[in-house]
Design a protein around this ligand. Structure first.
Ligand code: NG6
Ligand code: CA
Length: 512
């Protein structure tokens, strides 16, 4: 297919050559870099959870406002179907399946991004952008055996960020405190924090032993230390003055993000706004409770939408909208019941969090990684939708290109320059993409190959179809977007070719 082999600039050169222009050697001019880049990264937000992708059960006026002024990509993917590997790939430009220890991390894990390596943040920092991460991190902190009462390093500030306010791991994992730059925020040295994922600490009650103390009960997992009336994964004690209040978390991050934009409005900035919403535990602020018929999961979407609205309003007020590239996406597909009894299943009704796609979070089917992806840059990115195959792993290389940074050969091994697709000029995007869940999958155009693997086909707890099978699978997404008809037996040659290509990509250690 011509269009998948040649990028848009190449096609443009061919067109110019056909008209006999002598200057056909000149590359297409790059737009002047935006003054601000805001990457809004939702947690577990599904393709079908957003109105511009078809959701009807939740009103998301601010997401709609963003979408109405930008480009909605309909075939955009997180690198993996869970958080840590997706974020690893987003920041390093390397598929996480290449490195051991990049699965969903416990809250006491060491930093898995090696300080000094090229990251999305370090590239932008090097190009003169003031960089911040506000919100969920989940890539580990320290070098192992971290003392949460001392200097917390290495972390974001050692891999390209100038400042940070973090949810260290997940909302459902200890420690339930914020980390600001190198310290736990609001910590009283007289009440030190201890964290363990192996043994119970102090006299802290647990959800397993004292469920009557809980205001939201666990369904599976999540039965260890109780913080703010909710039991978590892992044990912690101490740090009482520093513990977060779940209801205030979204506001806390949004205010910090707004402060960052205000403070650095005249500089170049890169803001990685990485929300806790809509991950479990879903405990939105009281002003959002009951805003949907879907229970806390729906209300958390409304809260997320409001936070996005607050940021967009601030950009308007600071008169930065025109010169700000905003990208909004999610770290993996949706899950309905992820371990707390928050009525998400009971109240789901006709709402389909993954939209038309099969599976969801954790799944090798499209629902695992096909996520909302909206790009807004007024006057630079067309308004509308794009079916280009887009991967979050390419943001590093593409934004490097945009800000005029040439990547060293060895950096970001799986990150391709897809700036054309990002900015809406290239309507094809990648010619292939790896999707990581329990099994690895490969997309080539409309074709989807899932490598045979050991994992279960179905997860009884989350009720998600994981996409694993003992044999290879092949789907034609053009004819069968819901991945219902496995064509591996009917198309043995295509299946073998895609298997070979995926194995070669894995063995090569890099995509570029
Ligand atoms: C799982 C948790 C789930 C969630 C997930 C990570 C249990 C039973 N399930 O292990 O609730 O925390 O890890 O989600 O503990 S992610 O979005 O950060 O990848
Ligand atoms: Ca997630």
């Amino acid at each position: 297919m011509l269009s998948s082999v040649f990028t848009v600039p190449v096609l443009r050169l061919i067109a110019l050559a056909n008209f006999g222009f002598a200057m056909a050697q000149e590359p297409a001019p790059l737009p002047k870099p935006p003054q601000h880049i805001v990457l809004i990264y939702a947690d577990d937000l599904g393709y079908g959870d957003v109105a511009c992708y078809g959701a009807a059960a939740v009103a998301t006026p601010n997401l709609d406002r963003l979408a109405a002024g930008g480009l909605c990509c309909t075939d955009a993917h997180s690198a993996a179907a869970t958080c840590t590997p997706s974020r690893y790939a987003l920041l390093t430009g390397e598929y996480a399946f290449r490195q051991k220890g990049t699965g969903v991390l416990p809250g006491d894990a060491r930093l898995i991004v090696t300080p000094g390596r090229t990251t999305l943040a370090s590239v932008l920092q090097g190009a003169g952008y003031r960089t911040a991460v506000v919100g969920k991190w989940h890539l580990g902190l320290g070098t192992g055996g971290l003392d949460w009462n001392g200097k917390i390093a290495p972390g974001p500030l050692e891999v390209g960020f100038d400042e940070c306010l973090l949810l260290p791991a997940t909302g459902d994992r200890v420690p339930c405190v914020y980390v600001a730059d190198h310290t736990v925020r609001g910590l009283d040295p007289a009440d030190p924090i201890q964290v363990s994922y192996r043994e119970r600490l102090g006299a802290e009650p647990t959800g397993a032993e004292q469920p009557e103390r809980l205001r939201m009960r666990w369904a599976f997992g999540h039965d260890q230390t109780i913080v703010n009336g909710i039991s978590r994964i892992g044990y912690m004690t101490g740090g009482r003055s520093a513990r977060w209040v779940d209801e205030d978390m979204a506001d806390c991050f949004t205010e910090r993000a707004v402060q960052f934009l205000r403070q650095h409005r005249r500089e170049r900035t890169f803001l990685f706004f990485s929300t806790h919403d809509i991950h479990v535990p879903r405990v939105p602020h009281p002003r959002f409770v009951g805003k949907t018929d879907l229970g806390p999961r729906g209300d958390a979407i409304v809260q997320f939408d409001a936070c996005v609205g607050r940021l967009l309003d601030e950009l308007e007020e600071l008169e930065l909208t025109a010169d700000t590239l905003v990208i909004l996406t999610s770290d993996n597909g949706p899950v309905v019941n992820d371990g707390y009894r928050d009525a998400a299943e009971e109240r789901l009704g006709a709402h389909r969090p993954a939209g038309p796609w099969r599976g969801g979070k954790y799944s090798a089917f499209e629902g695992g990684t096909r996520v909302p992806f909206v790009v807004r840059w007024p006057g630079r990115v067309p308004v509308g939708s794009s079916a280009a195959l887009v991967g979050q792993v390419d943001l590093l290389h593409s934004l490097a290109k945009l800000v005029g940074v040439a990547l060293p050969e060895s950096a970001a091994p799986d990150s391709l320059d897809q700036l054309g697709a990002l900015l809406g000029a290239d309507t094809v995007g990648r010619d292939h993409l790896v999707e990581q869940a329990g099994s690895l999958a490969l997309r080539v155009g409309q074709w989807k190959f899932v490598l045979a693997g050991q994992g279960a086909r179905f997860d009884a707890a989350t009720k998600i179809e994981l996409g694993n099978a003992p044999e290879d699978q092949l789907y034609d997404l053009a004819a069968d977007p819901g991945e219902t008809k496995d064509l591996a037996k009917a198309e043995p040659e295509r299946t073998a070719a895609m298997r070979a290509r995926l194995l070669a990509l894995r063995a090569a250690g890099r995509s570029r």
